[in-house]
Design a protein around this ligand. Structure first.
Ligand code: 5GP
Length: 185
């Protein structure tokens, strides 16, 4: 029997609900280790440094890149996000399952640098449902909505690059499936 892949990457189109899945997983199974990313984005209310993200400025992020401290990094909506390498490797060496929740550009980089990683694509239940989530209450201008939907089409086409697809029809079910893939339950 082959050994279970211990680095698992959760990715998927924006608006599909990755962060909701991760929040539920953390509540139910705090022992599942989720990598804490560095970001140049400002904290949202309630977000804590070192818990949700390491909030850094542009100079600090430049240094992380220059020192090779990031396993992967990407620009998303005008901010930079990256996975600190050392903590991930330390956990893996100690046999702890590791989950990364990152965007598609990051998932592709992990595929290149750690081909043994398990890439999980979180898919919307349907195109109409994704449109509904992305357009929200319809308060945004039509051209912005059009751009988001175009981007979503491109993002959905990335599914074929992934090892496993989980359909986000029920958060509880996706969390269970993810925990099983991680080998936590
Ligand atoms: P948010 O600003 O809403 O927390 O996250 C925006 C996007 O950045 C999400 O799609 C999230 O998955 C992605 N993201 C968070 N951390 C990382 C990271 O370390 N690397 C990459 N590539 N994307 C990340």
């Amino acid at each position: 029997m082959s050994e279970r892949p211990r680095l698992t990457v959760l990715s998927g189109p924006s608006g599909v609900g990755k962060s909701t899945v991760v929040v539920h997983m953390r509540q139910q199974h705090p022992e599942a280790w989720l990598s804490v990313s560095a970001t140049t984005r400002r904290p949202r209310p309630g977000e804590q440094h070192g818990v949700h993200y390491y909030f850094v400025d542009n100079d600090e992020f430049d240094k992380l890149i220059a020192n090779g401290e990031l396993l992967e990094w990407a620009v998303f909506a005008g901010n930079r996000y990256g996975t600190p390498r050392a903590a991930v490797l330390e956990k893996l060496e100690n046999g702890v399952p590791v989950l990364l929740e990152i965007d598609l550009q990051g998932a592709r980089q992990v595929r290149e640098s750690m081909p043994e990683a398990l890439l999980v694509f979180l898919a919307p239940p349907s195109w109409d449902e994704l449109v509904r989530r992305l357009t929200g209450r319809g308060t945004e201008p039509q051209d912005v909505i059009e751009k988001r939907l175009e981007a979503a089409k491109v993002e959905l086409a990335a599914e074929a690059e992934f090892d496993v697809t989980l359909v986000n029809s029920s958060v509880e079910q996706v969390v269970d499936e993810l925990l099983a893939l991680l080998g936590v339950v």
